[in-house]
Design a protein around this ligand. Structure first.
Ligand SMILES: C[S@@+](CC[C@H](N)C(=O)[O-])C[C@H]1O[C@@H](n2cnc3c(N)ncnc32)[C@H](O)[C@@H]1O
Length: 391
């Protein structure tokens, strides 16, 4: 690693409930997790390592390299302290700049105001140094400065990612209530999925779980699916380092194809969306698609994992029909999936109870701000209907 590319404290963010999976991914890539909280993990990384993280992490949102800590009691102090920082070393005045922030300061009532004052400080500094300033606005497709300001302390980061890493670029056709790509990846990590056993995804919707599974099984770096990252817009960006990181990410691709991945849904439009998204992701040849009721899903001969993400909760309405669907899910797993590891991703006690099978493990997830569970069932031949249910 070049000495011009020093390692800096770096915060990698994620959706609530995914931090343990992100920590595991970072450690597997050789990064030390200095600390972990609800929405992120702290590590140290150079600019080139941030590129690697953008390309390879499956459960992260953003890679944020720490730029400065400032003390400020109000927006005017933010402006004057931020204007002292060496922005001319990192900001390309002919580029595009956007500011994002989380702010908890009693003097701030308009959440856009601190962003505007920070942008003013940066642009005024650049004009005073070189007479030129970048265009600015809300698009996160260029340079993004992120501020985390609590009480009198503001931490300023250079966002190395831009748009969230969950926006992989393959989901051109969403179907109803899709699962976020990063959550699907974490669910598959929780299932220890590695592509060596068949995976069946009835109720696949727009195909996120099946597509993420194919990417994991092929060891395909998810970040290769899109080309625009904020790390390539900073003045300090290194095009050669980026090309090298992309080239080494491409080399990770597994030669062998995974065990069968089967994706089914009762709606033809859902399977249409899944196919199109899988084509965009370059994994359509690894997935078998069927339009059918979940109970008619053709199961491969060799046992593996079956995972259902059915409808639930406020967004889709929890009613009698849903309860009877979950009862049928329990029957399907009991009769058609004997010997398989069964998983249901859902929310709500009545739906979980309706499955009527003994839960081997329940893992909490938050999906679209709803408390969910990934329920694991060991589907031995002759699995008993559970007598007692816990949530
Ligand atoms: C919550 S969505 C799944 C979202 C999916 N994980 C994704 O990321 O797009 C539930 C899906 O179950 C499907 N579905 C509902 N009832 C079904 C049934 N009886 N058989 C098969 N699929 C069904 C719906 O068409 C919908 O696509």
């Amino acid at each position: 690693m070049s000495t011009n590319d020093p390692k800096r404290k770096t915060r990698v963010t994620c959706a609530p409930s995914l931090a343990p999976y992100l920590k595991k991914e970072l450690e597997q890539l050789g990064f030390e997790a200095l600390s972990m909280d609800k929405t992120g993990v702290e590590t140290v990384a150079s600019m080139e390592e941030c590129m690697l993280l953008n390309l390879r992490l499956r459960t992260a949102f953003h890679v944020l390299q720490r730029f400065a800590d400032i003390n400020c009691r109000n927006a005017e102090e933010l402006y004057s302290e931020a204007k002292r920082l060496p922005w001319d070393r990192v900001i390309d005045p002919s580029g595009f700049l956007s500011i994002t922030s989380n702010v908890r300061n009693e003097t701030i009532t308009n959440s856009m105001f601190p962003n505007m004052r920070l942008k003013d400080a940066i642009c005024d500094k650049l004009i005073s140094v070189g007479g030129k300033r970048p265009d600015s606005g809300s698009s996160t497709d260029g340079m993004v400065v992120h501020m985390h300001w609590v009480d009198n302390k503001a931490r300023i980061y250079l966002n190395m990612t831009g748009r969230k890493l969950s926006d992989r670029g393959y989901r051109k056709m969403p179907f109803m209530a899709p699962m976020r790509e990063t959550i699907a990846a974490a669910v598959l990590m929780e299932m220890n999925y590695d592509g060596t056993k068949p995976l069946v995804v009835p109720m696949c919707g727009s195909g996120t779980i099946a597509i993420e599974a194919a990417l994991i099984a092929k060891q395909r770096a998810p970040g290769l699916l899109r080309s625009n990252y904020a790390c390539n817009h900073w003045l300090t960006s290194d095009k050669d380092a980026w090309s090298q990181q992309r080239a080494s990410a491409k080399k990770l691709l597994a030669k062998n194809d995974p065990a069968p991945i089967v994706a089914t849904d009762i709606e033809a439009d859902a399977i249409e969306a899944t196919k199109k998204n899988a084509v965009t992701a370059g994994v359509d040849h690894l997935i078998e698609f069927h339009v059918c009721d979940f109970a008619q899903t053709p199961m491969p001969e060799t046992v593996g994992d079956v995972v259902l993400h059915g409808e639930y909760g406020m967004r889709l309405g929890e009613d009698e029909d849903l309860v009877s669907t979950y009862k049928r899910i329990g029957d399907f797993m009991k009769t058609d999936c004997a010997g398989w590891d069964g998983y249901v991703f859902t929310s709500g006690k009545p739906l979980i109870a309706a499955i009527r099978l003994k839960v081997a493990k329940r893992t909490p997830f938050i999906n679209a701000e709803i408390d969910c569970r990934l329920l694991r069932y060991e589907l031995y031949k002759g699995t008993k209907v559970a007598e007692a249910f816990r949530n």
